[in-house]
Design a protein around this ligand. Structure first.
Ligand code: SF4
Length: 260
């Protein structure tokens, strides 16, 4: 086995790095992020196309399913988000309840809407010990967030959601995957105090190459630049003394490092 193969074997990738089971209850995603890998896969396998990815359908079978107690953590959702409007909010809350009620642990991954987070904290307070929130925040710059994640909540709403969970005694963490800032320190410093668990850094996995408008090119070029090894080495250097920082498989594999 060569070194590359060994690293590939040793580093779990994607959602497996964080959880043992994935659950989703909606097909498509209203937030329509430009880098969305779930969208890329759905289009590739003919389940959706570019035009209808953000038109959502509830998977009723997934909403009705009761999850028995499993040995390992669940992650919910992974191919959509939890939206502050119906009927999608109720579908997500029901699914979440069906995972939690048998005692399972859940990592709730979301670009958080404060309304949604308050509702989850209120309705599932008795399951507090089984829940960890993981909020995706890849930049402190709202213009960048608006370009990449056009319909997702603003930076300040995501930060307020983090603070809300912190003040209400829930476990929380951040995913900056994909990281959109060349220097993540302003983002880390702004949020670090309110994190109970970990702050993950990762790089973009999917950059659109087709149907790209000329004025969008600079964003995609910057994303390609940020992935370069010399920039990632700088990020490692800058962040090595923050003890809650973790590096995603996307960074570890790119730098051929298997231990931090
Ligand atoms: S919120 Fe997640 S699933 Fe939805 S479009 Fe963005 S990256 Fe894709």
């Amino acid at each position: 086995m060569n070194k590359g193969e060994r690293i590939k074997k040793e580093i779990p990738s994607g959602t497996k790095e964080w959880a043992d089971y994935n659950v989703n209850c909606i097909n498509g995603c209203f937030y329509n992020c430009k880098y969305c890998y779930a969208k890329f896969m759905a289009i590739r396998f003919g389940r959706k196309n570019h035009k209808n990815w953000s038109i959502m359908e509830i998977n009723e079978k997934a909403v009705r399913k009761i999850y028995r107690l499993r040995n390992g953590r669940f992650m919910f959702p992974t191919t959509h988000d939890i939206f502050p409007f119906e009927p999608f909010l109720s579908a997500c809350l029901k699914t979440l309840e069906n995972i939690l009620m048998k005692g399972n642990e859940v990592l709730i991954t979301t670009k958080p809407s404060l309304f949604v987070i308050k509702k989850i904290c209120h309705e599932f307070s008795k399951y507090k010990q089984q829940i960890q929130f993981r909020f995706t925040i890849g930049s402190i710059n709202n213009n960048l967030l608006r370009f990449w994640e056009p319909k997702a909540p603003s930076y300040s709403e995501r930060k307020d959601s983090l603070i809300f969970t912190y003040k209400n005694g829930f476990k929380n963490s951040i995913s900056s995957e994909p990281l959109l800032d060349f220097d993540p320190r302003p983002l880390i410093n702004d949020l670090y105090h309110y994190i109970t668990e970990s702050f993950w850094l990762g790089i973009i996995n999917y950059i659109p190459a087709k149907n790209v408008h000329i004025e969008e090119c600079r964003f995609y070029d910057n994303a390609r630049e940020l992935k370069k090894k010399e920039n990632l080495m700088k990020i490692l250097q800058w962040t090595k003394n923050y003890n809650k920082i973790r590096y995603k498989d996307s960074i570890k594999k790119r730098l051929k490092l298997n231990q931090f």
